[in-house]
Write a protein that binds this ligand. Structure first.
Ligand code: 7TS
Length: 411
């Protein structure tokens, strides 16, 4: 199938898992927002590293270690280029978006946020961009404020000024909501943060894998994402921070690699980004993140965004024909490639378990975004999330599956 120049049939050949059967049916994977599937090239990069290249980085003077170091550092350069960072040193490899946010909360937050200061978040944050700030706020006596979400699933930016009664220090906002699908105007929010003397953190866990992201254009101070949601192995995540800020942050974890000189009672720190990469990192996985980026760049992020927009539009149109089905969040043009919904009279887990028997994997629960579910007055929802390897036919199979489940259960 070729849609918007994307040869999806050919691309699917690169993903061995998509050939699997589940309960005797073709496997249909609609949970890429939780984690993406991996192309052969990424899988074989990890295997090849352990077969032929395995050595620790930044310590050996022998050839194997030097090559491993070069490959690992090169992966940082690829990430920097991919998000248009102005300097490779602004890229820290961590294990996940969650770790990246915690790093900022500990290293930057504890030095820069104090009693009475304000941390501005939104009601649609993933727990990862909420709980670390709750912990910090309790510890230092800061206050959390929230940009509210309107009935269309968009942020109430008109009301934002009223929220700044104290000393605003940080605005931390998801770029693309993992529940509503909303793409937030993070550049406008970053401008607002800077006009008010605050720093801006963008949680890009759901955006960097699916659309072009340019940190210089967004002018954010921090940006975080997870490699495993963009074709790379687990244990890979990225913190981007402006060099002027990262250079002045205190270390997060102490240990090997992050130091320049160690005495018994005191130490000095390595240059950035290594100052923030203590101990042995996920080396093979980090190198494979670079390979995942090569793969995404070969396809083109703009094409991926357009194709997923097409799938979302089609799916929303088809889902709206199902009796009792309620979708949450904005219309297709204002959202990324995911849709959360409920069906009157059915518990989300019941539907997801029944679809599993048809080989279809969709998410049920609150997707680590409990507050937005509470705001919507629901305890859980179903969520389908796409990547470029999903097809129109798979959406058709899902709609048939949902329709027959609902009909089969009606009196
Ligand atoms: N931020 C957002 C917006 C997310 O969607 C997620 C993960 C994270 C942060 C955390 O990423 P991690 O790699 O550190 O776990 N979101 C989901 C999800 O929607 N379903 O499972 C994980």
């Amino acid at each position: 199938m070729v849609v918007n120049d994307l040869n999806v049939g050919l691309l699917r050949e690169d993903f061995p898992i998509l050939k699997r059967k589940v309960h005797g049916k073709d496997f249909i994977y609609f949970d890429s927002a939780a984690t993406s599937q991996k192309p052969s090239r990424v899988i074989s990069t990890v295997e090849d590293f352990y077969r032929n290249q395995n050595a620790n980085v930044h310590r050996g003077v022998y050839q194997m270690s030097e090559i491993a170091t070069e490959k690992y550092e090169n992966a940082h350069r690829k990430v920097a280029r991919f998000i248009n960072a102005s300097d490779d040193r602004e890229i820290v490899f961590v294990k996940s978006a969650t770790e990246a946010i915690n790093l900022v909360a500990y290293s930057w937050g504890r030095e820069n946020i104090g009693p009475g200061d304000v941390i501005l978040l939104t009601e649609m944050e993933h727990h990862s961009n909420l709980v670390p700030w709750q912990i910090l706020a309790k510890e230092v006596g800061a206050r959390l404020e929230f940009i509210t979400v309107d009935d269309d699933g968009e942020l109430n930016l008109a009301a934002i000024k009223k929220l700044i009664k104290g000393n605003l220090k940080l605005v931390a906002v998801t770029h693309l909501s993992n529940m509503l699908g909303t793409i937030n105007p993070v550049k406008t929010i970053a401008d607002f943060a800077h006009e008010n003397g605050a720093r801006m953190l963008v949680d890009a866990a759901q955006s960097v894998p699916h659309l072009p992201v340019d940190v210089q254009e967004l002018n954010c101070d921090f940006l975080v994402f997870s490699g495993h949601k963009m074709l790379a192995p687990n244990g890979t995540g990225v913190l981007y921070a402006k060099e002027s800020i990262l250079g002045n942050m205190r270390p997060f974890l102490g240990g090997g690699n992050m130091i320049r000189e160690v005495k018994l009672r005191d130490s000095t720190w390595n240059d950035i980004p290594w100052k923030f990469e203590a101990g042995t990192q996920a080396i093979a996985e980090g190198i494979a993140l670079g390979v995942a980026i090569d793969y995404l760049e070969e396809i083109g992020m703009e094409k991926i965004k357009l194709y997923e927009g097409h799938l979302v539009e089609l799916a929303m149109e088809r889902l709206s024909g199902i009796d009792g089905l309620v979708m949450y969040g904005p219309p297709p043009l204002k959202r990324g490639g995911l849709i959360s919904f409920t069906i009157r009279g059915f518990h989300p887990h019941e539907i997801a378990a029944a679809l599993d028997y048809q080989g279809i994997a969709i998410r049920a629960g609150y997707h680590c975004a409990q507050p937005i579910h509470e705001k919507l007055g629901i305890s859980a929802s179903l969520r389908i999330s796409f990547y470029f390897y999903n097809t129109e036919d798979e959406i058709g199979t899902l709609i048939e599956g949902l329709s027959s489940l609902i009909k089969g259960s009606s009196p």
